[in-house]
Design a protein. Sequence first.
Length: 71
Amino acid sequence: MWREQRTVGEADGRGKYDGRASLWAEKRRADRLRESRFEVVRRGWDDLAHPAATADRIRNAFTRRARPARA
């Protein structure tokens, strides 16, 4: 978590999703983070092969969060 930038980074994988209930719970949790004005950047195993692209995604999240909220 980058608290100052209001951004959360998550290591994500398919193994934790065992059905619709777990997918729905994950969606609801992500919605709560966004409603609290946090950006969420997910990273999976395949992202390890592309660290520069992953860093860009994180920096882009910081930039999005730095913009004023729309009314």
